[in-house]
Write a protein that binds this ligand. Sequence first.
Ligand code: ADP
Length: 318
Amino acid sequence: MKNLQSNALQIESLVKTYDNNFKALKGIDLEVKEGDFFALLGPNGAGKSTTIGVICSLVRKSAGKVKIFGIDIDEDFSAAKQHVGVVPQEFNFNQFEKPIDILITQAGYYGIDVAVATERAHKYLKLLGLWEKHNVPSRSLSGGMKRRLMIARALIHEPKLLVLDEPTAGVDIELRRSMWSFLESINRQGTTIILTTHYLEEAEHLCRNIAIIDQGNIVKNTSIKNLIKQLNKETFILDLKGEVKDIKALDAYPLTMVDSSTIEVSIDKNQSLNHLFSHLTTEGVEVVSMRNKANRLEELFIDMVEKNLTTNKVSDNG
Ligand code: ADP
């Protein structure tokens, strides 16, 4: 792996106000180091696609600076563009064209000659498991294949930075895993990757660093490792044997009855589950199964978003 040194992406005080006066980005700062695998995470409407749109100039920013490998997009967009490949959420290729033609046409936009373009198109179609379909109209590809075609198209000019907007949204588990290993392999070979996601598992599995965006603000920017260290609470769902009317509350363990045979309980990092179970036994309650309510990162995320909402409310009133 390369040393994480220079910035692949640097965003300063980025503001986007849409024509209807809606402020989708409220002055965000973000740095992604060369070689990183970076997640931009946030709920729907947080501002992720807007940020990606600005980076690749699909969305005009209202204020702020964006530099790609040190090149200011306002000063030399065509030079900056050479370094970035973008995979947007929607399939935006001509569905009547064949995959091979889509890739060669795309290469033409970057001034790549046809012989090189053809060789690369073959390489990426094979790497992404699309070779068998290279010569059929792309509308006959499955959803997962279309998504992979978008990735191949984004890589055809061999950019140093690959930006993917929700690459695995609606993609089944098996394909998600194979897409993950493909992305991991090109990252190992030196491509910096930024992806937006609202699958926390995806960020946890793939990424080294993370920024969490909510309502147009970056609410957290740290390494995944640090983020996980900050987790101090886990919520479990317990399925009970039979129907239970009421369970005496325990101060140390906030219990909620979800229904007559399910309870939810929050446990701090330093608490043991033994005490809870002996209490339930005393109460005559039998637990038949137990699972996490959400994954750990999700718990933290929910907690942070709630806090951020509170902060926003305070500042709105002030
Ligand atoms: P995300 O990708 O995190 O779901 P987006 O960047 O798509 O969020 O959207 C951020 C906010 O900006 C949302 O509230 C969305 O409704 C709003 N928005 C997006 N595009 C436009 C637009 N063209 N005009 C007005 N508002 C928009």
